[in-house]
Design a protein around this ligand. Structure first.
Ligand SMILES: C[S@@+](CC[C@H](N)C(=O)[O-])C[C@H]1O[C@@H](n2cnc3c(N)ncnc32)[C@H](O)[C@@H]1O
Length: 210
C-alpha cells in the first residue's frame, strides 16, 4: 500500500471529514488551538491561517487580528465561510495550496498552522512558503504531531502510515524534520517548543523570522 500523500487525495479526504470534523477533532485539539491563538494575538495584525478547515479557530482570535484563511479542501471551507459571515475581522477565505501560497513575500505578521504540517504532502515546501510570506520579526506558529522517531512507538507509527495517510494525516513525523528544515531554510529561529495534550504526542512550535 502506498504511503506517499498527494495533494488531491488530501483534499478529498478532508472533503469527507467536513460534516463531522468539529465533533471528532474539536475538543481534542482545543488546548493547542488556544495557545496558538494567544501567540498570534500577542503579535496582532494580519494573520494567515493555513489549513483553516471548518474555521473552528476563527471566532477565538481577538479583533486585533485580521484573518486570512486558506485550505486545500473546498468542502471543508464551506463551514469556514459560514462562520466568517459573522466575523468582521476575517479578510478572506480561499482555496489555496500551502505549498504554493499566492502572496507576496513579507505579507503577514504571523502564519498559524494548526495540525496541518503533517497533513501536507511536502511539509518542508509548505514551511518554506510560511517563512517567505512572513514579515521579518513575525512568527510562524505551529501545532503539530511529533512522532517518536524510533523504538516501539516509532515502529507502530510507521505501521499505521498507510492507513492514516489515506485519512489525510501522518502518524510518523520526528522532530528532526523540523530541525533539519530550520537549518536548511535559514530565515527563522525556533523560539518556543512546548508539549501539548493529548498525551504529549503533539507540540506547539514558534519560529521567529530574522
Ligand atoms: C487536521 S486538519 C486541521 C484543521 C484546523 N486547522 C484545526 O485546527 O482543526 C488539517 C487541515 O489541513 C488542510 N490541508 C492539508 N493539506 C493542505 C495543503 N497542501 N494546503 C492547504 N491546506 C491543507 C486540510 O484540508 C485540513 O483542513
Amino acid at each position: 500500500m502506498a504511503t506517499t500523500m498527494q495533494t488531491q487525495g488530501v483534499a478529498s479526504a478532508y472533503d469527507r471529514w467536513a460534516p463531522i470534523y468539529d465533533l471528532v477533532f474539536g475538543p481534542v485539539f482545543k488546548r493547542g488551538r488556544s495557545l496558538a491563538i494567544e501567540a498570534a494575538d500577542r503579535i496582532g495584525g494580519r494573520v494567515l491561517e493555513v489549513g483553516v478547515g471548518t474555521g473552528i479557530s476563527l471566532p477565538q482570535y481577538s479583533k486585533r487580528c485580521r484573518l486570512f484563511g486558506i485550505d486545500i479542501s473546498d468542502g471543508i471551507l464551506e463551514k469556514a465561510r459560514e462562520r466568517a459571515k459573522r466575523l468582521p475581522n476575517v479578510e478572506a477565505i480561499e482555496v489555496m495550496d500551502a505549498e504554493a501560497l499566492r502572496f507576496e513575500a513579507n505579507s503577514f505578521d504571523s502564519v498559524v498552522a494548526q495540525y496541518v504540517v503533517t497533513a501536507v504532502p511536502n511539509p518542508e515546501a509548505a514551511l518554506d512558503e510560511f517563512a517567505r510570506v512572513l514579515r521579518p520579526g513575525g512568527e510562524i506558529i505551529i501545532t503539530t504531531r511529533i512522532g517518536a522517531g524510533e523504538g516501539f512507538r516509532g515502529a507502530i507509527e510507521k505501521l499505521l502510515m498507510p492507513v492514516t495517510s489515506r485519512l489525510g494525516f501522518r502518524t510518523e513525523f520526528p522532530f528532526q524534520r523540523y530541525a533539519d528544515w530550520e537549518r536548511a531554510n535559514g530565515s527563522v529561529r525556533l523560539v518556543e517548543r512546548r508539549a501539548l495534550p493529548p498525551l504529549g504526542h503533539f507540540e506547539l512550535l514558534r519560529y521567529r523570522k530574522h
